[in-house]
Design a protein around this ligand. Structure first.
Ligand SMILES: C[S@@+](CC[C@H](N)C(=O)[O-])C[C@H]1O[C@@H](n2cnc3c(N)ncnc32)[C@H](O)[C@@H]1O
Length: 254
């Protein structure tokens, strides 16, 4: 993981003390406006955003489980017919417990929680975790979405360390893994987010070690999300492959 220089900023006077507190808690510098820096966790009255400044900078990245693409998918997403539901092994009478070892902005976790899975999200970037936590807190204000969010929990930790330390009673049915991929296609993650994520967390070059740790922790299967044409993660061959238009799920039965 790269550690990009990030500041915490706000341009709203009423939010200065909250933003300053966040900067102190995370050990990041604070500034009243983000103009001169590369990457900033920017606090607005509505939400926490990750913004990049400079020529050609993409728009802000934030988590929204209620409206936008996630809201649309929640209402029209296809339920158990979705490939990801098959990949994690959801069927009549069985809804797996899941650890999402690469939480990111929580979209895949949210889809699984909507399908009824209890899902524990792990994310090693404190900055990504903060964005996700902010999105979860705002979503709790919406009754329909809050029910889904309550099936999700979040920890800032490296999943490789966490997965080898859990005892038998904490093992989930499924470990879900979606590392950053060097040639990630633009449809696999919205382009602006991919660019900012690259700048923030780089590529997840330890994915093979993560797969090993996941295989040791899952009771039933490990599911790896890949761009459709990407090579498999170095390690054992997947037992099953589910291929969609732009995404593929490699399933390793335990
Ligand atoms: C491609 S993104 C995941 C996107 C996510 N599936 C979603 O739906 O929003 C990969 C994320 O996994 C995190 N990550 C990668 N390896 C990790 C590890 N070993 N432990 C915890 N987080 C990890 C990265 O920091 C990054 O935020």
């Amino acid at each position: 993981m790269v550690t990009a220089n990030v500041i915490v900023s706000t341009d709203d006077n009423k939010l200065v003390s909250v933003a300053r507190e966040m900067a102190d808690r995370m050990g990041l510098p604070f500034a009243v406006d983000s103009g001169v820096y590369g990457l900033a966790l920017h606090l607005t009255p509505d939400r926490l955003e990750l913004v990049q400044t400079g020529p050609d900078a993409p728009g802000p990245v934030y988590v929204d489980f209620v409206e936008g693409a996630m809201g649309h998918r929640r209402k029209h997403g296809g339920g158990r017919g979705q490939l990801v539901a098959k990949a994690v092994g959801i069927k009549k009478g069985f809804i797996p417990t899941v650890i999402d070892a690469t939480a990111g902005l929580g979209r895949d976790a949210f889809v699984l929680a909507q399908l009824g899975c209890r899902i524990q999200m792990l994310e090693r970037s404190a900055i990504v975790t903060e964005l996700l936590r902010d999105g979860m807190q705002r979503a709790l204000q919406n009754d329909e979405v809050a029910e889904i969010i309550r099936r999700m929990s979040l920890e800032v930790v490296d999943a490789k360390t966490y997965l080898v330390s859990i005892d038998a009673s904490q093992r989930p049915d499924v470990v879900y893994v979606d590392p950053m991929h060097p040639e990630r296609s633009k449809t696999a993650m919205v382009k602006k987010e991919m660019r900012i994520f690259r700048a923030l967390v780089g590529c997840d070059e330890d994915d093979s070690a993560l797969l090993q740790a996941a295989l040791g922790a899952a009771r039933k299967r490990v599911v790896v999300k890949r761009p459709r044409k990407a090579v498999t993660i170095e390690g054992p061959e997947p037992s099953l492959v589910y291929e969609g238009k732009s995404t593929r799920f490699d399933v390793y039965l335990v």
